[in-house]
Design a protein around this ligand. Structure first.
Ligand code: NAP
Length: 277
């Protein structure tokens, strides 16, 4: 009997991650004998987890908070986005080397492409300047956005994020109206039922949104945030956060398996998991 390969998530916490459901669905559809498990790894122990990956021959790792920077320091090589961000969400093998990648930003761009939106030549307003925003800003710069305005509560985080792309700068709320694409990369709206949402649950005043905007929310729980609903009511095109989550996982499996998995089965599995919560 031969055993299949193991991929794993490391993070803390990992209990509510959708990654096991998404990756297992992808492996099953691809017809490969891969398993996926989640390991709760205490803060500060990421280097040990990378050592365990080498010793145990774990075939691929997903990495989430709080380990992304520590894993970037522990692998043998970094792909360009991971190097720019000092952050790794994916570890894969190339020969005997462990390679760290950051697939969130490319996943964001791929999710927009999937909806027929090409970011090249567009002006983008990104609300937020945390880890997700930084991945998105780096990827938008690489994908040819011509202007990125970063609107964030804490100014120095916006200034730091603006260094990630030559076309990025710190913006103010009124810049949102001038953009082609508006992205909520804050956690505002997460876990808030549209039925109980108040003004504090919107990343920006919906009156700043226009019918010709593409409005993207990185929050995916709930899938249809009240901010996205307001945008849709104005006639804007809306894209939810699950697309990015799925596409970053597609890019992870592509690195591990060498073939691109089926995104649609991964999305169905994620929606089923979200629906059961
Ligand atoms: P993070 O690093 O903690 O950053 C949080 C961001 O939200 C910061 O810009 C923070 O502003 C802002 N923020 C939080 N509460 C706020 C408030 N009350 N008022 C104004 N600004 C507020 O988190 P993250 O990792 O970037 O994640 C952000 C969101 O993206 C989360 O909801 C996460 O679930 C989601 N996400 C989605 C995907 C996906 O694949 N769809 C991937 C990654 C993350 P300050 O800088 O001022 O604190």
């Amino acid at each position: 009997m031969t055993w299949g390969s193991l991929a794993a998530l490391i993070g803390s916490p990992v209990d509510h991650s959708l990654s096991p459901a998404i990756h297992r669905a992808g492996f099953e559809e691809a017809g490969v004998d891969w398993s996926y498990v989640a390991f709760k790894v205490a803060p500060g122990r990421a280097e040990d987890a990378i050592h365990a990956m080498r010793v145990l021959g774990i075939a691929g790792l997903s990495v989430t908070m709080p380990h992304k920077a520590d894993v970037a320091a522990a692998v043998d090589r970094l792909e360009p986005a991971a190097r720019a961000l000092h952050s790794v969400n994916t570890v894969s093998w190339e020969g005997d080397d462990l390679v760290g990648s950051s697939t969130d930003g490319a996943g964001f761009v791929a999710a927009l492409n999937e909806e027929g939106v090409d970011v090249a030549g567009t002006r983008v307003a990104v609300i937020g300047a945390g880890g997700a925003a930084r991945s998105v800003i780096d990827a938008l710069g690489r994908a040819g956005a011509i202007e990125i305005s970063i609107v964030n509560r804490t100014q120095d985080r916006a200034e730091s994020a603006a260094t990630l792309a030559g076309v990025a700068s710190v913006g103010i709320a009124s810049d949102i109206g001038q953009a082609d694409i508006v992205v909520n990369a804050t956690s505002i709206g997460m876990g808030v039922s549209p039925a109980t949402a108040t003004g504090n649950d919107f990343p920006c005043d919906p009156s700043l949104l226009r019918g010709n905007h593409v409005v993207v929310d990185l929050v995916y729980h709930p899938l249809r945030t009240s901010w996205l609903s307001e945008a849709a009511d104005l006639g804007a095109r809306t894209i939810d956060g699950l697309g990015m989550l799925i596409q970053q996982a597609v890019l992870q499996q592509e690195r591990w398996l060498g073939v691109r998995p089926d995104a649609s089965v991964m999305r169905i599995a994620a929606e089923a998991e979200l629906g059961s919560r």
